[in-house]
Every structure is written in C-alpha cells, then in structure tokens.
Design a protein around this ligand. Sequence first.
Ligand SMILES: Cc1cc2nc3c(=O)[nH]c(=O)nc-3n(C[C@H](O)[C@H](O)[C@H](O)COP(=O)(O)OP(=O)(O)OC[C@H]3O[C@@H](n4cnc5c(N)ncnc54)[C@H](O)[C@@H]3O)c2cc1C
Length: 430
Amino acid sequence: MPLRLYRGDLLLIAALLLPLAIAGPRLGWPPGEAAALLGWVGRVSGILGLAMLLVTAALSIRLPGLDRWFGGLDRLWWLHRLLGFAAFVLIMLHVLALGLVRVPAGVDVAVLTLFPPLSQLALWSGWLAWLAMVIFLAPTFQFFGRLDYQRWKRLHLLSAAALLLALGHALPLAGETWPWWLLGALGAGAIVWRKLLSPSLARHPYWVESVAPLARGVVEIALRPEGRALAYRPGQFVYLTPLDESLSAGRGEEHPYTIASAPHDLLLRVGIKDLGDASHALQTVSVGSRAMLEGPYGDFFAADYPQRDALWLGGGIGITPFVSAARGMAAADEGRGVQLFYLANGPDRAYYLEELTRCAGEVERFTVTAHFYRELGPLAESFLRHHCPDYAHREIYLCGPPGMIGHLRDLLDAQGVPAARIHCEVFDFL
Ligand SMILES: Cc1cc2nc3c(=O)[nH]c(=O)nc-3n(C[C@H](O)[C@H](O)[C@H](O)COP(=O)(O)OP(=O)(O)OC[C@H]3O[C@@H](n4cnc5c(N)ncnc54)[C@H](O)[C@@H]3O)c2cc1C
C-alpha cells in the first residue's frame, strides 16, 4: 500500500488516541523508576490495544462511499487487518508488562495478578477476550494455513464476542468510562449493521437480464435494476448475491465483482471468471432470476489523482475496470491520453479485446495494445517503451492476477517510477 494520508485516517487517529488522552492525567508521566515504567507501559498498551480493537471493529462497517475516505475498500480492509494485528500485539504487551511488574514481589504474586480467583470477573473477561482473539485471528493471518473464505467469515464472528468481553474487562477498571462506551458503540454498531441490518437495508434488487459467454469459464452477466439503479464510477465494484434457486453453489452468498458497464448504461454488467464454487455456478445463472447488489465500493480511478495521461495495464479478468472506463469514454465521446495494454495468455483469452478496440476507434487519444504471454513471455520493458515511449511519466493503473502485478511493479520500480503514481486493484482481500 502506498503511504498516503486520507481524511478518514485523521478520524481514525483521533479515535485511537481519545481514551489515552482522557486517561493520561491518571497514568502519570514520567514514571520515577523502572518498575513504575513497566506498570505505565502495561496500562498504556492496554488502553491503546483495546482502543485499536474497538476501532478495528468499527472499520468493518462497509458503507458505500465511506470506504473512499480511506482510499477504497481494499485499503480499508488493509487498515482493519493492520490495526487488528497491532491490537493483539499491544494486548500481549499489556499482559506481559503487568505480570513482570509484580515479579520483584515474588513469582507467585505475579501469577496471582494475572490469574486471580474466578470471582474477579473483569480480569477473566479480559482473558476470554484474548482467547477469542487468538481463535479468530489465527486463520486471518494464516498461522495454520488458509481457510475456506466462507468458514473464515463465520469464524470471524467471534470478533463480536472478543469486543464485548474486552469491554467487560475495561469498563469496571477504567476511571472515565465514556470513551469506552463511545468506541464500544461504534464497534458494536458496525458489526450489527454488517451482520443484521445491511443485508435487508443496503442491498438493491436486480434481475438477471442476460448471460453472455465470453470465453471458456468466463461470462458477462447483465443485470436490470428492479427499482432505482446504483450510481457508480468506472473502477468500482459491487457485492453480488444471487438468489437463483437452481444454482448449484453460492446461492445467497455475497461475492465482490467489478462493474464492467459504463456508468450511464441502463444495465449493470459484470464479467465473471470461474475461480471457485460460487463463480463456477454463476456461469449458468438463470436469466430472469433475482440478484441483490450492494455498493458501489472502491476508488480505483480516484478523482483526486493527477489527471495526466494514463497507462492502464489489465490482465485476465482484471481487465474489467478498464472495460467500464473504456465503454464510458466511448459513450461520452470524451477521451484523455490513455494507453491500455491488454495482457492475456493468447488471443482466445483476450475476451474483451474486440470491444476495447472498437472503443479505441471511437475515442480520440485512447489506444489499445494486446500482449500475448504464450507468444512473448512476461511483458518486457522494451515492449512497453516501443508502444508507449512516455509510459514512465504517466499515471499508472494495474489490475490483474498477483503474479502479473508483482512482475509489473518490479518492472516499473526498476525504471524509477514513483510508487505514488502506481494505482493497483487487487481481486483478493484476504
Ligand atoms: C475488489 C474485487 C473485485 C473483483 N472483481 C472480480 C471481477 O470483476 N470478476 C471476477 O471474476 N472476479 C472478481 N473478483 C474475484 C471474485 O470475488 C472471486 O473470484 C469470487 O469471490 C470467488 O468465489 P468462489 O466461491 O467462486 O471461489 P472460492 O474458491 O470460494 O474463492 C476463491 C478466492 O476468491 C476470494 N474470495 C472468495 N469469496 C470472496 C468474497 N466474498 N470476498 C472477497 N474475496 C473472496 C478468496 O481469496 C478465495 O481464496 C473480485 C474480487 C475483489 C476482492
């Protein structure tokens, strides 16, 4: 992730520091001796760790538009993971420091401080919160390998228990409790919205209008809004929940798909590649069946990026955000200097090439170049330079499989292209 501060980050920092600022006068600084310092570290890490846990929960809210305050949903999830991990480390430090500070009085005293009689509910509530964290964080950080996405999601619900137990630990021990009530309400509110309210309040009903095969294992589904259509920009994506009774898998499951249609299009289109059970079943979704859409999310072509000439590099199903943007430019008859490289294994896998070439014919200063891996191997710098001599000075957008993104990042890095000018969309949040 490029280092850049978004306006949402400032709110985040304020929320994280609030409980510490309120508790600050009671904590005392500077501590006189080493033992006091250890106790101070223990209390500060506990306050910061819990604030991070609650803010991490609040970040899971997933409200269309809010993600752009943080640079898009993938950056928001990245922050969510980063803060979740940091919260865990700080909570470990909290336990360790508060145990160590009692060691001079005797190891038994230290052990009793950490493991008091069961009647001390607040302390045991803290331990249970920690246990819940260990269980739901282990698969997130793949300590024991990767878990199936839906099972991972179910296990992640334990985070709600961790949050409540952690509050049960902090509230009886805190001097001022209102910052904890506030952050607790934000965290719990986000979980309640995500799990209970958003499925009925944030999803928009659509009908499957057509399913067009594009290549082996890839279809384009066109969806017609039942009521008000979603407003979106190129590069954004939706969560699609198919309700087709005849689906062999994935019925009622939400999955993210990038919008491939132009914003003014009456139908919303998504290109779907068979990558697993749910996307495989969608290849034969019934025309006339219902699907719920939630979004739009993402900020791939952010409006506040410099509006200089652009270089687009799309590969595999990662071509879809560029298809949306090209269709949009062709329909609005407005172009800016854009060179698109369509990276595909071969002509049979360049399923949007014909349409993109047609768009390029209609839009001034928009050109499309195909690059076929089976003929040419990985994209070489000389190929880029030959077709787009000023590529290194453009605003660069990448979307495609992880291997392709890694190769292109290395290539651009070797040419000294600043990371801030490279924008990347990943099709994998985990
Ligand atoms: C922002 C974004 C945009 C995407 N756009 C497209 C697109 O335009 N076209 C397309 O074909 N694919 C797209 N994908 C990928 C698509 O979401 C996955 O292929 C699909 O969810 C796979 O589900 P499955 O059950 O078929 O396969 P599974 O075998 O269940 O999953 C395969 C992999 O997909 C990921 N995945 C599965 N479910 C989800 C989920 N609910 N949320 C996030 N990731 C998940 C996991 O990393 C998993 O390992 C996009 C993904 C993201 C994150």
